[in-house]
Design a protein around this ligand. Structure first.
Ligand code: SF4
Length: 114
C-alpha cells in the first residue's frame, strides 16, 4: 500500500478510537498530515505504526506504549496538555491547537507522582 493510501486508512482506523477517548485529529490539517506521513513511513519500515515523536527502546513492552494512538498509556499527562505528545490528536473542545503547550513528561510526572 502506498503512503497516501495508508495515511487515509490510519485516519479511518484511528478516528473512532480517539473519539471514544475524548480526542479528535488536530484540526491543523498540515500538521496532522505530516505526522500521519511519518507514522505511515514507520509502519512500512517496522510493521507497526509507532509514534513519530517518541523514541523506541530495546524493550518491546515499553515500545508497545508508543504505538499510535498511545493515549491510554499516557492519559493523565496528555489530558493535562489537552493534546497527545506529538499533537496528532487534541481534546475535542480544542479550536486553536497552536495555543496548547507541550509539557515534558518529567515535569508532568515530577509534579504528579504516581
Ligand atoms: S503521541 Fe500522539 S501521535 Fe504519538 S503515538 Fe501517541 S497518540 Fe500517536
Amino acid at each position: 500500500m502506498n503512503i497516501e493510501a495508508r495515511k487515509k486508512a490510519l485516519r479511518f482506523l484511528f478516528a473512532p478510537i480517539v473519539d471514544k477517548l475524548g480526542y479528535k485529529f488536530n484540526p491543523e490539517e498540515e500538521d496532522a498530515d505530516f505526522l500521519l506521513e511519518q507514522e505511515a513511513g514507520l509502519e512500512r519500515q517496522c510493521g507497526i505504526p509507532y509514534c513519530p515523536c517518541q523514541a523506541r527502546t530495546k524493550d518491546r513492552a515499553e515500545n508497545m506504549k508508543i504505538v499510535c494512538p498511545c493515549i491510554p498509556f499516557h492519559r493523565a499527562h496528555f489530558d493535562a496538555m489537552k493534546r497527545c505528545w506529538c499533537g496528532l490528536f487534541v481534546h475535542k473542545d480544542v479550536l486553536d491547537p497552536s495555543k496548547l503547550k507541550q509539557l515534558p513528561p518529567d515535569k508532568f510526572y515530577g509534579k504528579n507522582v504516581h
